[in-house]
Structures are given as C-alpha cells and as structure tokens.
Design a protein around this ligand. Structure first.
Ligand code: FAD
Ligand code: DLZ
Ligand code: SF4
Length: 514
C-alpha cells in the first residue's frame, strides 16, 4: 500500500501553522526532519546556533509525535545519514512508497535551487509551498516595488502598518500622529545604563544530549558552547517574549543605539533566533507589543520602534533578498577587496569596541544591531573588506543568521555594497560616533580624539580615507552635506597624513597588530 506524502520540515521551519503540517494526513503522511552535515557546515556556524537548532528540532519532533504524527527523524549520528537534505529526501522516497513530497520554501536561494534540481530526480511530484510565516509574500513585495525609482523601507512599513492594522487610530491615522518615532530613539547611554535580568532555560535530557553531540562533532567549531541559555520550544520562546514585553520593551526605544561594555543585550528583545526558526510568529510579537502600548504599559516610541523592526525591516529585507537573488550576492559596488582580518574569528584585537562586539559574538552567538552595524559592520566598510568574506562571517556567527535576512543587512545596510539599493547613505562613522554612543572608548588603548600616531583611534583615519576614496559616489548624496566640506577644510597635509595612516592600519589589521 502506498503511504501518503513525505512532509519535510527544515530546522528553521519549526512552526505548526505551515500548510506542510496543517494539511497533513496523520494516518498516511510521514514527516521528515534531518540533522545533516551539509547544512551544519556550509559556513562555520557558531556551535550555539547548531545546538539551538538541533535541540529545537528534536523537541519539535517530539511534540509532533505526541500529537499523533509519524516522524522520521534522522540524527547527525545516524549511520545511514547521507548528510544532505536532498540525500535524505531521496532516501525516504526509496524507503517508503510515497505519493508526493512536500516542503515549505527554504529561506536561502542555494537550497531552493537545489530543491528545484531535486524535483527532476525524484520519482514522485515535489511541491514547494510558500512560507506563510512571513507577512509579505514575494508577489506582494514585487507589486510594491514595481515601478519605484527608489526603495525606502519607511514607505513599505507604512503600507504594512495599514495592511495589518497595527498602531492605527480608528480613522486610519498612525497612533501619536506620526508613523515613525526614531528621532526619539537615538539617545546616548546615560552613566550606569544596565540591562534587566535575562531568562535562562533549564536543560532537559534532549538538550544535554545535543550539547554532548555538538561538543564532540564540532570540537573545532566557532564560539563557546556553554553556558547555553536558549529557549528550545515554542512554550519557552513565548516565555522569553512575555518577559521582554513585561520587563524590557518599555525601555527599548530610548537607548536602542547605545552600547555598553559587559551588557551584550541592553534592552533588545533577543527574539530574532526564535522568530526566524519558527518558534514565534512575527505578527503575534507585533500584536503583543501593540497591546502593551494600548494598555499603557509601554510608551509609543518603544512599541513603534520595536514593531518597525519586525513589520518593517524584517519583511523588507526578505523582499529585497528574493527580488534580487542570485545576483545580489555578487554585489561589490564600492569595490572592496581586502580579505577579512583574522581577528573577526579569533576576537583578538586591541580596539576595545571591536573586542567587545567580537567577544559578545563568540560568547553568545549574539550581538545587538548597533554592534553589528556600527562596530563590526562599520569597520569592515571603512577598511574596505570584501563583502563576500564579511557576509560569510555574519552568516556563520549569529544564532539568528540565515541568508534571506543576513545578506541584505550585511551587503546592503552595513557595507553599501548594493550601491544604495537598501540604504540611501553609507553607515560609515569615525571614533567620535562610538565615543558618543558607548562607553567602549573609556578603557581602550586608542584615543578617539586622535587621528594619527600610536594612540590614534583606527576608526578615524579609516573613516576619512573611506570618505576620500569614494568622493565621486557620495559627494552629491543629500544625506552627507557637511562631510566633504569638512574634508576639504583640512588641507592637503592633513589629508595626506590621514590617508597614509589609514594604509598603515590596513597593514596592521592583517598582521594582527590593530
Ligand atoms: P531587537 O533589536 O530586539 O529587534 C526586534 C526584532 O526586529 C528582531 O528580533 C528581528 O526579528 C527584527 N529586526 C531588527 N532589526 C532588523 C533588521 N535590520 N533586519 C531584519 N530584522 C530585524 N537579523 C537576523 O535576524 N539575522 C541575521 O542574520 C542578521 N544579520 C545582520 C547583519 C548585519 C550586518 C546587521 C547590521 C544586522 C543584522 N540583523 C540580522 C538584523 C538585527 O541586527 C538583528 O535582527 C537583531 O540584532 C537581533 O537581535 P534582537 O532579537 O535582540 O533584536
Ligand atoms: C542552519 C541549519 C543547520 C546548522 N543545520 C540544519 C540541519 O541539520 N537540518 C536542517 O534541516 N536545517 C539546518 N539548518 C537550517 C538550514 O540551513 C536552513 O533551512 C536554510 O539555511 C534555509 O534557511
Ligand atoms: Fe573603538 Fe576607537 Fe573608541 Fe577604541 S578609541 S573603543 S578603537 S572607537
């Protein structure tokens, strides 16, 4: 007798609301989940990311079985494991007499392409269903984008607010009379700014077993495996969400761009890994934030700022990714060619801001947005590091990293490598910005007020060198009116000294002396 469908669930699709599950026939269909080396090693993933996904997958499979589904779960140590998703799908079609194979569209182009190729090799029909966890489909995004000369997230976001009725008055106007309260959210950190306590989840036997597996199979992997505090079930992720809404969201807006040594999380939500893996739904997260505002528990600038990241940025970068892949990956508009310095992986640098961001990353598989954008991203931008190398690093080191969200943020937002498609101006900054928005400079051997010489902050000369070498591109940018005037006022001697200093920094960064 033939079985029904093989229903494939990937590690970042741990949702029970996708059609691949809701349309399953428990009496005939088989769910396939597989831990495979091809996915666990196509970049040098942080070991915490691998452990989080494997533990969450195993818990999810356990819940499906408890609900009456038949699950074929292939562990990494399974002797018959072919170690690719395509191989596991093929093997299942050989082991069972199936009518068809069904999968939700993967989040990365490379995997969707290889699934398209697999379609030809399979003996049965293969359906790739849309990923309905997202709030804007590919077609809807393309309709929005079609015919626009410039894409700006702000306009996309307003449409999403209207479409989902989020933070609107009864007449359709935005709550508080404005769509965007970002101007209220860029305050430098006051002295003593700390982060509220964070949750840590008890490790059950499944998680302990996974930690053991990852410890042994990824002994040379990037990052620290323990302590491991991640939520690994939807129930736990919901607790993390409630903790954030109740205790932290109110402070989210004011110091959203601040950075403090020893405070990796500040008032950020830590929810990206859970939303991206399917344990939380973006709309429920936005609706809970809105409810907290309507109940008077959090101010509007906090709720709006937070919702904009999810309803706006998250959907917008995904739309751009699918619209412009596969070509997007090859963008290098600023012709940046420097190899990635080794300290991105090792964390060994004297620049305290970089040291803090890289140490947080090694320790937690997390750093918050401003560390990613204005520290590690900004450095890579102004030092002219090859976008592909930077992209591979970001894709590897964060627990929330998948190409659909990481690539536009890295190539577009941080590196301006897409020539301004995503961001109208480059996020380049000198030491002065980092001094203003963090306390990192307090204990740094470099001095942010000095630009040349032994104690000079490397961000200064690198910043001016970046400005000078891209003059043709940025001089007319309406968002950079004063930068070139300042550069011109410096005079030739100072300009030459800064550019020579920048060249020394580039040599020093490759020799591990920065
Ligand atoms: P919060 O600050 O609490 O924000 C709330 C939520 O909004 C996040 O959980 C996330 O779902 C969403 N969000 C916020 N900013 C963005 C954004 N720019 N793009 C998309 N979603 C956003 N985010 C990822 O999820 N995966 C990545 O691989 C990733 N790579 C990045 C690489 C670079 C170079 C940069 C600059 C940003 C990257 N981001 C990425 C976006 C952002 O930095 C993270 O989503 C955020 O730091 C996650 O932490 P959080 O959950 O505490 O976020
Ligand atoms: C990231 C990841 C890792 C580390 N391991 C697996 C795995 O063993 N099995 C699996 O199904 N998925 C894994 N993933 C997630 C995939 O890489 C992800 O589905 C694609 O990158 C598309 O987003
Ligand atoms: Fe970073 Fe420069 Fe400040 Fe040091 S002085 S922490 S290198 S910005």
């Amino acid at each position: 007798m033939s079985t029904g469908a093989l229903r494939v669930i990937l590690a970042d699709q741990l949702s029970t609301r996708l059609a691949v599950i809701t349309e399953a026939d428990k009496t005939r269909d088989i769910i396939l989940m597989a831990e495979v080396m091809s996915e666990a090693s196509y970049v040098r993933h942080h070991v915490k990311k691998i452990a989080f996904l494997f533990s969450a997958m195993r818990h999810y499979a356990q819940a499906l079985r408890a609900a009456g589904f038949t699950v074929r779960y292939v562990t990494l140590d399974d002797e018959d494991n072919s170690h690719s998703l395509e191989g596991e799908i093929l093997r299942a079609t050989e082991d069972f007499a199936l009518e068809r194979v069904v999968v939700t569209e993967p989040g990365e182009w490379r995997l969707r392409e290889s699934f398209e190729a697999l379609r030809l090799a399979l003996p049965v029909p293969f359906d790739i269903l849309p990923d309905t966890r997202f709030l804007c489909s590919h077609a809807e995004f393309n309709t929005w984008a079609e015919g626009r000369r410039e894409f700006r997230m702000e306009y996309f976001y307003r449409e999403m607010r209207r479409r989902y009725g989020i933070l609107l008055e009864t007449d359709g106007a935005p709550c508080g009379g404005r769509w965007n309260f970002d101007a209220d959210n860029r305050k430098p950190p006051p002295k003593g700014l700390t982060s509220p306590r964070r949750l840590s989840f008890r490790k059950d036997s499944i998680t302990l077993e996974v930690l053991d597996l990852v410890r042994h199979r990824f002994a040379d992997g990037y990052g620290r495996l323990e302590p491991f505090d991640f939520a690994v079930t939807r129930r736990q992720a919901l607790r993390e969400l409630d903790h954030f809404i109740t205790h932290i969201l109110a402070r989210f807006g004011d110091h959203q761009d601040a950075m403090i040594e020893g405070e990796p999380y500040l008032n950020h939500s830590l929810l990206s890994a859970y939303i991206n893996a399917g344990l939380l739904y973006p709309l429920e997260v936005c609706q809970k934030a809105e409810a907290a505002y309507r109940q008077g528990r959090v101010p509007l600038n906090a709720a709006e700022g937070f919702i904009r990241q999810i309803l706006g940025w998250r959907e917008y970068v995904r739309g751009l990714y699918w619209r412009y892949m596969p070509g997007y990956l090859d963008n290098n508009a600023l012709e940046a060619r420097q190899p990635l310095p080794w300290f991105y992986w090792s964390g060994e640098t004297r620049m305290n801001c970089m040291l803090q961001a890289l140490s947080d990353t090694l320790e937690h598989a997390y750093s918050h947005h401003i560390q990613r954008l204005m520290i590690t991203g900004n450095f890579a931008l102004i030092a002219g590091i090859d976008p592909k190398a930077v992209h591979e690093w970001y894709l590897a080191v964060y627990a929330d990293a998948y190409e659909w969200v990481e690539l536009p943020n890295t190539l577009g937002m941080a590196l301006h490598a897409d020539g301004g498609l995503l961001a109208s101006k480059p996020y380049a900054a000198s030491g002065n910005y980092i001094l203003r928005m963090s306390n990192y400079c307090d204990t740094c051997p470099y001095d942010p007020s000095i630009s040349t010489g032994d104690k000079a902050c490397p961000f200064n000369a690198l910043y001016w060198d970046f400005i000078a070498r891209h003059r043709d591109r940025f001089e007319q940018n309406r968002r950079m009116p004063f930068v070139y005037a300042t550069w011109d006022r410096m005079g030739a001697d100072k300009q030459q000294a800064l550019r020579a200093e920048a060249r020394r920094h580039v040599v020093a960064m490759h020799e591990g002396r920065l």
